[in-house]
Ligand binder design. Structure first.
Ligand SMILES: NC(=O)c1ccc[n+]([C@@H]2O[C@H](COP(=O)([O-])OP(=O)(O)OC[C@H]3O[C@@H](n4cnc5c(N)ncnc54)[C@H](O)[C@@H]3O)[C@@H](O)[C@H]2O)c1
Length: 259
């Protein structure tokens, strides 16, 4: 246990597994109080029980970030449970991958409702309190898909590009109010989502090996490596970092593959 986040009351979305779970664990280690949400209430309950945090340090509620009124209610509940929220980590997101002309309206809507509107719903719920308290920190978990395009992943990268736009826009609008808004862009991370993706191929092991081989270091990130970067960005150790996007991808997005 360390004290880099003592005094932080953090709302984390999509905390039941993956990056959100690792972020929750690392923030707890640094002395933060957390209120975590996930649309999978049962998995979230199991996760929170397993984490076995000290009393009052970790509270939770089932909530879907695409539902603005559910998020407003969860933010109010968070305020009651851990005190006014002064840090938000917009982590929950979903893969919606298709080819542009094969994408249905339902897929398009679902992608933007969760990956963009969901983050905005949480910002909208937290910003008034941060502004009246004189400041706060928001971190949006973006992706290398926020500035690159992998064919056949449409429309996910469009929403992630827009999430970066939301980050920059809110960062400038509320900088004078003391609110910092930044983005963290992981590349491939060892999560269930990626395991499911590799499992969708005829030879999952081969698909996984090919992903690893794409990377300069021949491996992908652990969720803890992403979470440690999130701790830094949400802490008071980088007070002038605003409207920034920190890329944590092992160098993948800089690498130009030989043709
Ligand atoms: N895994 C990667 O390689 C990777 C890379 C770059 C960016 N990201 C981003 O990181 C974030 C987390 O990804 P992950 O891989 O840990 O995902 P994950 O699927 O392992 O976990 C996501 C969690 O979010 C929850 N969730 C999904 N939709 C929700 C909603 N509408 N409301 C509330 N909760 C919801 C899920 O139930 C799940 O528990 C996402 O925004 C993703 O786009 C992931």
């Amino acid at each position: 246990m360390s004290d880099r986040l003592v005094g932080k009351r953090i709302f984390v979305t999509g905390a039941a597994q993956g990056i959100g779970l690792a972020v929750t664990q690392e923030c707890l280690k640094q002395g933060a109080k957390l209120f975590v949400v996930d649309r999978d209430g049962e998995l979230l309950r199991e996760t929170v029980e397993r984490l076995d945090a000290d009393k009052g340090m970790l509270e939770y509620a089932e909530a879907d970030i695409s539902d603005a009124s559910a998020i407003a209610a969860a933010m109010a509940q968070a305020s009651e449970a851990i005190g006014p929220v002064n840090a938000l980590i917009n982590n929950a997101g979903i893969n919606v991958f298709s080819a542009p002309l094969e994408t249905t309206d339902e897929e398009w809507q679902r992608c933007f409702d969760v990956n963009l509107k969901g983050a905005w719903n949480c910002c909208k719920a937290v910003l008034p309190g941060m502004i009246s308290a004189g400041g706060g920190a928001i971190l949006n978990i973006a992706s290398t898909h926020s500035f690159t395009i992998i064919p056949h992943t449409f429309p996910y990268p469009l929403a992630k590009h827009a999430l970066l736009g939301l980050t920059k826009s809110l960062a400038l609008e509320y900088a004078a109010a003391g609110v910092r808004v930044n983005a963290l862009a992981p590349g491939y991370v060892e999560t269930q989502k990626n395991i499911d993706y590799w499992n969708s191929f005829a030879d999952p092991e081969k698909a996984r090996a090919e992903t690893l081989a794409l990377h300069p270091g021949k491996r992908i990130a652990t969720t803890t490596e992403i979470a440690k970067a999130a701790v830094f960005m949400i802490s008071d150790e980088c007070p002038f970092m605003n409207a920034a996007c920190l890329v944590v991808d092992g160098g993948l997005s800089v690498l130009q593959h030989a043709v």
